[in-house]
Design a protein around this ligand. Structure first.
Ligand code: HEC
Length: 167
């Protein structure tokens, strides 16, 4: 008689129940609903949604996208917002090519206009750009799929008013 020995493979599951230290080093504002008037806070909040399209090789990038903005990192986002102007826009949106993302006030800032309907409605750009207005400025909130919080919009306006510092 032949004896068949089956070897049972025991899978040991190791539970790691060690207590994690409190997450003191997490992203500022995560879960708190607070947004500060600093670029770090703004990028950590609603502007974090922009890199799904506005970054080289981003999954949502299309051939008709605005091509200057690069939200890959906080540093590239800051530099392109601060020093750049809209480019690559097609169709009736070409009217906004050449417009700086930041003006001297929130009401003159394309960056705010794309995510805030009242600003878009009353946009007060230099007379150099007569055709960049409510009819030609994209509604970026549709692209993101959600609205920024009131706190975010207030913080962005304060940040612009305070000189749009890299902070
Ligand atoms: C789903 C992809 C997508 C996302 C997400 C997205 N954008 Fe855009 N964005 C575009 C495209 C495409 C255009 C070109 C205009 C158009 O197609 O409406 C554009 C245009 C713009 C323009 C130029 C607008 C104009 O008409 O002058 C700005 C400024 C801009 N986006 C900023 C942002 C910011 C800030 C965010 C994040 C809050 C964002 N976008 C999120 C795809 C996106």
């Amino acid at each position: 008689m032949k004896m068949i020995v089956e070897a049972a493979l025991a899978v040991g599951l190791v539970s790691l129940l060690a207590a994690c230290p409190p997450p003191e080093e997490t992203t500022p504002d995560a879960g708190s609903g607070m947004v500060e008037a600093t670029f770090t806070s703004l990028y950590g909040d609603y502007f974090g949604n922009c890199k799904q399209c506005h970054a080289p090789g981003a999954p949502g990038r299309t051939s008709d996208i605005e091509t200057t903005l690069d939200f890959s990192s906080k540093a590239t986002a800051y530099t392109t917002i601060k020093t750049g102007m809209a480019a690559g826009l097609t169709g009736n949106k070409t009217m906004c090519n050449g417009v700086p993302f930041l003006g001297t006030t929130p009401a003159k800032s394309l960056l705010l206009a794309v995510i805030d309907q009242p600003t878009r409605q009353a946009i007060d750009l230099s007379p150099q750009y007569p055709g960049c207005d409510i009819d030609t400025i994209t509604d970026g909130t549709v692209k993101v799929g959600k609205q920024p919080s009131t706190a975010f919009l207030a913080a962005l306006k304060t940040w612009i008013t305070n000189g749009a510092l890299n902070n």
